[in-house]
Design a protein around this ligand. Structure first.
Ligand code: ADP
Ligand code: MG
Length: 255
């Protein structure tokens, strides 16, 4: 079944300032969308608003999954509806290992007991095996399973560990905010191929980036250009190539 995430006439305010204006977007769970734009355009704000960060206040418009508004839901409930985000700046979770985090996520998302007095029936050996499999795919060793999430990880390791989490959760929609930042060129290739393998057109991808490097390896179906809080253009993958050649300033002049 194809799921649909719809963003309708969305206006978002941060600290009393209007950041996003009239954003409209429809993402199906078998599609790949890229959102590109210069620094400060509002890309991360859009991601945070969709996930329900309280600082990003939606003043108008709606966000729906399969036609149903999710705006009344807390972030964890949105995750239960199938949303996943990889943050631009992942935060360290002192005391929480990757295994604990993945186990807690899967408990909440997939193995929640119907009777709250019951323990969730988690297939722990399989979860560990899957974790090992995906860590390897991303070029991380098994020691990451028992390390505190993002504590002492390099920039690239943080981004890779987020993709491992996405692989374990298998969301309907994944918003990946600047997953290519902090990765060297080999890292980008590894991460891009893992994202393609994992999503397999069963997870709708929203790739936020300001370079087209990642998009050389994951060709999006649609590229949206966000400038000053508005989507000013939507086009095919080649739009990203054009932007790379000409720059955002050139594009802005043409508007
Ligand atoms: P991008 O991800 O495209 O670089 P952001 O969404 O991070 O852009 O930022 C868009 C604008 O919103 C910027 O002007 C930024 O300063 C402002 N902004 C974002 N988050 C906050 C915040 N928490 N407090 C104040 N201003 C913010
Ligand atoms: Mg950003």
């Amino acid at each position: 079944m194809v799921d649909v995430l719809t963003i309708e006439h969305l206006y978002v305010e941060v600290e009393g300032k209007e950041i996003l204006k009239d954003i409209n977007l429809e993402v199906k769970s078998n599609e790949i969308h890229a959102i590109m734009g210069p620094n400060g355009a509002g890309k991360s704000s859009l991601a945070q608003a969709i996930m329900g960060h309280p600082r990003y206040k939606i003043t108008k418009g709606d966000v729906k999954i399969n036609g149903e508004s999710i705006l009344g839901l807390s972030t964890d409930k949105r995750a239960q509806k199938g949303l996943f985000i990889s943050l631009q700046y992942p935060i360290g979770l002192q005391g929480i290992t990757l295994f604990t985090l993945v186990r807690a996520s899967l408990t909440a998302l997939k193995y929640k007991p119907t009777d709250p007095s019951q323990k969730p029936n988690l297939p722990l050996p399989q979860i560990r095996k899957d974790l090992e499999f995906y860590l390897k795919k991303l070029g991380l060793d098994d020691s990451f399973i028992n390390r505190y999430v993002n504590e002492g990880f390099s920039g690239g390791e943080k981004k890779k560990s987020e993709i491992v989490q996405m692989a374990m959760i298998k969301p309907k929609f994944a918003i990946l905010d600047e997953t290519d930042s902090g990765l060297d060129i080999d890292g980008i290739k590894i991460v891009a191929s893992a994202i393609m393998d994992i999503s397999r057109r069963e997870t709708g991808l929203i790739l936020i980036t300001h370079y087209n490097r990642l998009l050389q390896f994951i060709r999006p179906d649609y590229v949206h250009i966000l400038m000053d809080g508005r989507i000013v253009e939507t086009g095919p993958a080649e739009l990203a190539d054009l932007l790379e050649q000409k720059g955002y300033d050139w594009f802005k002049k043409g508007l």
